[in-house]
Write a protein of this length. Structure first.
Length: 113
């Protein structure tokens, strides 16, 4: 499935082994874009279930009681492999067509195919 993927992940900053470990441990990764074959980029945010629950509990304490992020994708574990699989599948299903592409240029970022 990933070999024929129509999307790639673009990370702000470096995405090395240390960052991969930190994402997994935090259960969260923001400042990520999905670039489709046509060149359109969409912002996404990855959460694991535990971190999402923790953040929601904190929001409830402050009186908000919700979490809303453009392009929110919840994974069992925030790993590069899981992020890639998710965006490939979502691209196949046309998920990103319902989102507004961004004009953000991430020149200093890391691309993961």
């Amino acid at each position: 499935m990933i070999a024929n993927c129509k999307a790639e992940l673009i990370f702000e900053g470096e995405f090395d082994e240390r960052e991969a470990m930190e994402c997994r441990d935090r259960g969260y990764r923001s400042h990520v874009w999905v670039e489709l074959a046509e060149g359109r980029r969409y912002p996404v945010v990855f959460y694991d279930v535990t971190r999402l629950q923790q953040d929601l509990q904190e929001e409830m304490k402050s009186g908000d009681g919700f979490i809303a992020e453009p392009g929110l994708i919840v994974l069992p574990e925030v790993t590069l492999e899981n992020m890639k699989k998710a965006v490939c599948r979502l691209a196949e299903e046309g998920f990103f067509e319902a989102l507004r592409p961004t004009s953000v240029d991430v020149d200093a970022g890391t691309t993961a195919r």
